[in-house]
Structure formats: structure tokens, C-alpha cells
Design a protein around this ligand. Structure first.
Ligand code: G4P
Length: 530
């Protein structure tokens, strides 16, 4: 296969949203319009299974479903789309942050009645950090919501990004009949189909000036629409593809994932506007997708949760070159050579052995425990991609071991599970590695840790909540760190890369440190390194 054409046709993206904005529904509809129809049921079933912790555990055990749905691959308009799924539960947001390191663009889903919600904001910040292009889809237009102009304005203000509508809704709630493409004036009027929009909606294509549209809407509504469009054309922010690619402007699309109205335009936009794979920074310059040397990095590790086999699946994003089954690659961290003999790909709801993958694709590798999050695999010169950032935990705990003879197993378990990103470990000077502070972004991570320690390492552990609520990586001038070290009221720990982290019971205390310590800087995201 031709590397250049294969790389160019990849579109690797994720959907970011607050729970209930309609991510599952939109994902299904993208697959419906992308021709991978049979996925619809699987995703719904998974959603139904993720309400309680126990259900979540059950679901993870049924590894088939959760693994195959992690990456949805389908072809659309000659492009190969890789839609990376992100966990629905807010407590697993760290997983989502990591997934965003593996995509080239994101679709931000906004509920038309709610605007930007807290989780959307946090995820958007992660996109901004990576300068990721973001397309916005305003969902649930079939329900009454905020005025579209106010929505544009509020998204722009709360996210500090320019917003440019690409299409505009005709009506809202029960009166929502279609969308106008603002650049061309083309109107798509939809027919409401079966409940839930299980089939592609019938479309009628008109022009905004057409008499037929005036007739369908009534003269006064049509007049209002024309005026609105006029206003948008005059008052809107400027569009530039360069600014979009730099993450400084977001195109807006309106629709209703449930009824399928406006689904095709957002899919078209991902296919046409969103970028293909980009070069990525390594320890030795950039790797460009079309570089003949293969490279990729691990952004997600998923355990099988089978106590008898400690095998897990490591998800690798291909960055450059072509991946072929059975190839030998170097694991940069250890210098060892690995043969990728049983790699998997994900096409719709089937997991199959992958023979070939191009930049932008995701390959699932069986991992006997050798790989870690952020690892680089490559051929040619040894390179290392920037690590995957870790996010400051918001919950902390200590471990109490029920049976002290299991201490060694506990230590192994904690090490391995932290390498998979289940939990973050912080070690305090003077305390051994078996007595770390545990940090989690979401409380459920602790439940998962307990369950996995028990199932996979036969360690019964009790978690004791800690008084800390905030962690920050320490940076800036060495004097700042020295200041913290000299104080008995600040707790300094080291993360697994031995970077200093300060723990605190209140953000206020950290503000105090920042105001007093010379040259101190504190980060809520771990610094990137090689
Ligand atoms: P999530 O993955 O982002 O959490 O959201 P999900 O798709 O599950 O959607 C959350 C709820 O919003 C669901 O209703 C879903 O049907 C509804 N929804 C999604 N898109 C639209 C839309 O375009 N219009 C309207 N009116 N509703 C939409 P539910 O009652 O929680 O579940 P269900 O019984 O309908 O599946």
C-alpha cells in the first residue's frame, strides 16, 4: 500500500461531552451514516450496562465488548475514520484525557439547553493544551433550548475560542425542520422517520431563496430566516482553516442525533475539515507520518481481568511508517526488541488480526506485562515521543493491608496497575514503596483498584481516605522547591518518575506557597518529557 495516500486518508478523532449530552447517540448515528450499521445495538447495550460500579466491573470482564468498542473504524467518502471511544463515566476521565493524546481532532458535543457544562470545559482544556482542532455539534435541537446566537456567544466566551457557524438550524423543538449551509445557502429539510432515528433520515435539498422553502416554512418564518442569515454573515467571527487547525476557532453545526437531523453535515465536516495525522515531536526531532520508519506510542492499556492470565491489551497509535503484522520493533524505554505477532484491529463490532495499519490507525497489542502508558515502539533510529501527561488527582487514599504476608504482591500489583493508569502512586521520602499515597481523578478508580488487587494479585486491601484534596507538580526555580522542603506543613512526595509533587488539604495553602516561595511554579498536569 502507498504510505502517503493511506496516511492522508486517515481521520482519527474522539467525541468530547458532558454525560447525557448525547455522545452514545451521536456515535451510533455516525456509524449509521458511515455504513457500519450493525454497531448500533452494541453501543446501546454497553451504555445500559454502565450505571453502577458492579455493572462496570461486569462489563470490563466481558472484555469482548469493551475492547472492540474502544476504537470504531469505518470508511466514509474514501476516508478511513477512526473514532476513539472515551469512557462515559466521569470517574474515568483520566482515560479520556489519555485518549485525547491519540487523536488528531475532536467533536465537542453541546446540549442545546445547557451550553458548556463542567466536564465539556475540562475536556476542552485538554484539547487546547494539545492545540487540537475542535468541531462543535449542538445537539438536541428537536427540543426547546437556548437561542442559537446566545449559544455561539456563550461557547465563545466560556471557552475563549472564536466560533463560526457552518450551518444554521431552521426552527427548534418541534419546529426544527432542517439546517442551512451558510456558505452556499443550501438547505437540507429532513423528514422525521422511525422513533429514535434507526434509519437514515429522508432529506430534501433546497436553496434558502427557493419558493418551495418559503412555502414550507410560511412567509414570515422564511423572512426571519433570511434576516438571521444576513446577520450571521455580517456579524460572525472570521473563519480560517489555519486557525481551526491551530485550535483557535471552532466551526459550529446544529442538529439532533436522536432524529438524525444534521448528522451527515458533522460527519462530512470531520471527513473534509478535520486534519489527517500530523508529525509528532520526539526526543530526536519530529516523526512525520510519511517517514518510512515505523513509530507508534501506547496511550491505553486494558487488562483482561482474568486472574489466570495477566495478559492485557495495549493500544498503540501509529505515528509514522507502515505497520505490518509480525514486524520487529524496539521498545525505547528498555531497548528490547518486540515482535508484534498478534496485533488486533477493530472494524465495526469485530476484533480481527491486523495485517496492516497506517499512521492514524490504532492497533491493539497483546501485552504480557512489558508495556507502559506512553511507551514508544519504533524501527530505525531510536526515538521517544513525549510522554502522556498525567492529571492531578482529586482524591487520595492510603492502603491498609489485611494480611501483611501479601506485602510483596501488593507492591507488584500497585506498580503494574499504576503503569496501566488505574491509579497514580506517590511516594513520600522515608516511606517504602509499599506504602504510597494513592491518587485518583475519579473515586471509582479506587474501587477498580481494590477489585483488581483482589482478583489478580490476591491482595485484600482496605483503602483509608486521606486528608489531601489537591496535588500539584512542582516546577519553576529550585529555590521554590527548597522553600517547600524547608516547611513542615507541606507534604512533598515523588511521582513514579521521581518528579516532586506537593500534596495539600486545600488549594488555599498552595496559593500561599506560590505567594511566598521564590520562583515556585505549580502544575495540575505532569510536565511532559521524553
Ligand atoms: P451520553 O452518551 O452523552 O451520556 O448521552 P446519550 O447518547 O446516552 O443520551 C442521553 C439522553 O439524551 C438519552 O435519553 C438520549 O436518548 C437523549 N438524546 C440524545 N440525543 C438526543 C437528541 O438529539 N434529542 C433528544 N431529544 N434527545 C437526545 P435517555 O432518556 O437518557 O435514554 P434513552 O432511553 O432515550 O436511550
Amino acid at each position: 500500500m502507498n504510505l502517503v495516500t493511506e496516511a492522508e486518508r486517515r481521520r482519527t478523532f474522539a467525541i468530547i461531552s458532558h454525560p447525557d449530552a448525547g455522545k452514545t447517540t451521536l456515535t451510533e448515528k455516525l456509524l449509521l451514516y458511515g455504513g457500519a450499521l450493525h454497531m448500533a445495538g452494541a453501543i446501546k447495550a454497553r451504555k445500559a450496562a454502565r450505571h453502577a460500579v458492579s455493572d462496570w466491573m461486569e462489563m470490563e470482564r466481558e472484555k469482548g465488548i469493551s475492547i472492540t468498542s474502544s476504537v470504531l473504524q469505518f470508511d466514509y467518502q474514501g476516508r478511513r475514520m477512526n473514532l476513539l471511544d472515551t469512557p462515559g463515566h466521569a470517574d474515568f476521565s483520566e482515560d479520556t484525557y489519555r485518549t485525547l493524546a491519540a487523536v488528531d481532532s475532536a467533536v465537542m458535543l453541546v446540549d442545546n439547553a445547557k451550553g458548556v457544562e463542567p466536564r465539556t470545559l475540562r475536556l476542552f482544556e485538554v484539547c487546547r493544551m494539545r492545540k487540537l482542532p475542535v468541531l462543535t455539534f449542538v445537539n438536541k435541537m428537536d427540543r426547546p433550548g437556548l437561542d442559537p446566537l446566545d449559544l455561539l456567544d456563550s461557547v465563545s466566551k466560556s471557552l475563549n475560542i472564536r466560533t463560526v457557524p457552518f450551518n444554521w438550524p431552521i426552527g427548534m423543538g418541534r419546529d426544527f425542520v432542517g439546517v442551512v449551509q451558510l456558505k452556499t445557502g443550501t438547505v437540507t429539510v429532513y423528514e422525521r422517520g422511525a422513533p429514535g432515528g434507526t434509519e437514515i433520515a429522508e432529506e430534501r435539498i433546497l436553496h434558502v431563496e427557493d419558493d418551495a422553502l418559503a412555502e414550507a416554512l410560511g412567509a414570515s418564518r422564511h423572512e426571519e430566516l433570511l434576516e438571521e442569515i444576513e446577520l450571521l454573515r455580517e456579524a460572525g467571527d472570521d473563519w480560517s482553516i489555519e486557525d481551526f487547525l491551530a485550535g483557535e476557532v471552532t466551526p459550529f453545526f446544529f442538529g439532533s442525533a436522536m432524529t438524525n437531523f444534521g448528522v451527515r453535515p458533522i460527519l462530512d465536516a470531520v471527513s473534509e475539515l478535520a486534519p489527517g495525522p500530523k508529525p509528532r515531536v520526539t526526543s530526536a526531532g519530529q516523526r512525520t507520518p510519511t517517514d518510512p520508519d515505523f513509530s507508534g506510542f501506547i496511550f491505553k492499556i486494558q487488562a483482561n481481568m482474568n486472574p489466570r492470565h495477566r495478559d492485557r491489551i495495549a493500544f498503540m497509535r501509529v505515528v509514522s511508517g507502515q505497520f505490518e503484522r509480525g514486524m520487529d520493533v524496539e521498545l525505547a524505554r528498555t531497548g528490547r526488541t518486540l515482535r508484534l505477532a498478534k496485533p488486533h484491529t477493530f472494524m465495526a463490532d469485530e476484533r480481527s488480526i491486523v495485517e496492516y495499519a497506517a499512521p492514524g490507525d490504532i492497533v491493539g497489542l497483546y501485552d504480557p506485562g512489558e508495556l507502559r502508558l506512553g511507551d514508544t515502539l519504533s524501527t530505525g533510529d531510536t526515538v521517544r515521543f513525549q510522554g502522556i501527561p498525567r492529571f492531578a488527582p482529586e482524591h487520595f487514599a492510603r492502603i491498609r493491608l489485611k494480611d501483611p504476608t501479601r506485602r510483596k504482591h501488593l507492591q507488584t500489583g500497585l506498580q503494574q496497575l499504576s503503569q496501566e493508569g488505574t491509579i497514580q502512586l506517590f511516594i513520600r521520602e522515608g516511606l517504602g514503596p509499599a506504602d504510597p499515597y494513592l491518587g485518583a481523578v475519579g473515586l471509582l478508580q479506587f474501587e477498580v483498584l481494590k477489585e483488581r488487587l483482589l482478583n489478580e494479585y490476591r491482595v485484600k486491601a482496605e483503602l483509608v481516605p486521606s486528608e489531601f484534596t489537591t496535588a500539584r507538580w512542582v516546577g519553576g526555580k529550585p529555590e521554590g522547591l527548597a522553600w517547600l522542603k524547608g516547611r513542615s506543613d507541606f507534604v512533598l512526595v515523588a511521582d513514579r518518575d521521581e518528579r516532586p509533587v506537593v500534596l495539600s488539604e486545600s488549594p488555599w495553602k498552595l496559593d500561599y506557597a506560590l505567594s511566598q516561595a521564590p520562583g515556585l511554579e505549580l502544575y495540575d498536569v505532569s510536565p511532559l518529557d521524553h
